[in-house]
Design a protein around this ligand. Structure first.
Ligand code: 2HG
Ligand code: ZN
Length: 463
């Protein structure tokens, strides 16, 4: 009689932590999407690059599908294991390996949380500037796999801009050392950049060299209430011209209602349809006066109806919570999520069409918008009414997403700005990427993972 795959793996790697209990399979087999029923084969926790490499080699020989797994805070189903895959959790590979003061880089294992990376950089008087609400749970490997963005993109760019080197294990178990921390390297195809955003379909991140930056100047946080949607980009243009922005985020009154019900503190009285949280350099009195002047000008123009400036770190955190707490405040409702982007210049026209589309297609359904408006990135969370069954709700949302994808296509936008394609968006990839591009993507997949064992079904769908 032949061994089961799990028994065989146990014999091959006796040191490997392997979980197979139903509760563990359930826990590690899903991400924040909660749409698919987890059904992994087992959960493996390699503790070293060598163990990871050996694991991939075994999976390749045995044709066992793998799902690389970090903090599983993803919103597109990229870390879901619903088809008997082996989940490869990088949880035990969570250490800082090196800091180089001259290069200003931090070498980390993939399972380290974003928060722990921030702390490690801070210990050396520097920052790792990519930041977003899931920082305490998400892992750097997952951030790299999705090219995570967040709330500081307007100033610092996406994860892609902060990766100086990567070690990855390909679908045949080869270990590649990509770019080795070099700033300048004009020696052909940059596989590092190909791996970033590949959602675990081309390789598994085994180690990352992160660039660090100087801490930003002292800042101020302002909350603004806006009378209408048209004012959003007017205020943005004004503030961007007058101030040095670190963040510019927006949310609607619907979002505010949920976040307040979830424990956040109201900061502006009255009913206002739109809000902006912005953070900007405010190093001295001159800079603070410039911020006030910008606010007053916006007030005179009728683009803002009210506003507050945080007077302490605690108040700044409270203002940020109004924006950052939205996802969590909606989580119990398991919203259907869109995460879309257009060029900043296309935002006003796109917003206009999108608002009309959502009002027309979701007449009885609550839709919550928020996001990184200063980057042209909008999050749309659609809440299922109790009267509508789950399947009918998803079907309706998929229908609207198809219309939304067509609108995005007209405006040259993307169906996934920062959450990835995963399982959730794969039917819409064609609206953002051309047929020629998708064909090449399949070719690339074939090169790095010829047996299709790395996160099958995600991003490109089934080949
Ligand atoms: C954010 O910007 C995250 O807060 C989550 O990207 C967005 O929940 C969402 O739709
Ligand atoms: Zn976001």
């Amino acid at each position: 009689m032949t061994d089961s795959p799990v028994a065989e793996l146990r014999r091959r790697q006796p040191e490997l932590r392997l979980l197979t209990e139903p509760a563990e399979l359930e826990h590690y087999g899903r991400d924040w999407t909660r749409r698919w029923t987890p059904n992994p084969l087992a959960i493996a926790f390699p503790a070293s690059v060598e163990a990871l490499q050996d694991l991939v080699r075994w999976c390749c020989q045995r044709r066992v599908a793998m799902v690389p797994s970090g903090g599983r805070t993803g919103l597109s189903g990229g870390a879901v294991a619903a088809n008997g895959e082996l989940v490869v959790s990088l949880e035990r590979m969570n250490r800082v390996l090196d800091f180089d003061a001259v290069d200003r880089t931090l070498v980390v294992q993939p399972g380290i949380t974003l928060h722990a990376v921030h702390e490690a950089a801070r210990e050396h008087g520097l920052i790792y500037p990519v930041d977003f609400a899931a920082r305490g749970s998400c892992s750097i490997g997952g951030n790299i796999a999705t090219n995570a963005g967040g709330i500081r993109v307007i100033r610092y760019g996406n994860t892609r801009d902060w990766i100086a080197g990567l070690k990855v294990v390909t679908g045949q178990g080869e270990l590649l050392e990509l770019n080795r921390g070099l700033i300048k390297n004009s020696s052909g195809y940059d596989f590092r950049q190909l791996m970033i955003g590949s959602e675990g379909t081309l390789g598994i991140v085994a180690e990352a060299t992160l660039k660090l930056a100087d801490p930003p100047l002292p800042s101020q946080v302002m909350l603004l209430a806006l009378p209408d949607m048209g004012a959003l980009m007017q205020v943005f243009s004004l503030f961007r011209a007058r101030l040095s922005l670190q963040a510019f985020e927006f949310f609607t009154d619907h979002a505010l209602r949920h976040v307040l019900a979830h424990g956040a503190q109201r900061a502006i009285d009255g009913d206002h349809p739109y809000y902006v949280v912005t953070e900007f350099d405010a190093v001295d009195e001159v800079a603070r006066d410039a911020a006030l002047a910008a606010f007053e000008q916006a007030l005179e123009q009728g683009w803002v109806s009210d506003g507050v400036i945080a007077q302490s770190d605690a108040q700044a955190a409270a203002l940020w919570r109004l924006r950052e707490g939205i996802t969590e405040s909606l989580a119990a409702r398991r919203p259907y999520k869109n995460d879309v982007s257009v060029r900043i210049s296309a935002v006003p026209a796109f917003l206009h069409e999108m608002q009309a589309l959502l009002a027309r297609e979701y007449p009885q359904i609550e839709v919550v918008w928020f996001g990184h408006i200063g980057d042209g990135n909008l999050h749309i969370n659609v809440l299922r009414p109790e009267s509508l069954g789950e399947d009918a709700f998803i079907a309706q949302c998929e229908h609207v997403t198809r219309l939304l994808a067509a609108t995005l296509q007209r405006h040259g936008g993307s169906i996934s700005a920062e959450h990835g394609i995963g399982l959730v968006k794969r039917a819409y990839l064609e609206s953002t990427r051309s047929a020629a591009e998708i064909l090449l993507m399949r070719g690339v997949k074939q090169v790095f993972d010829p047996h299709g064992i790395l996160n099958p079904g995600k991003l490109l769908g089934d080949a």
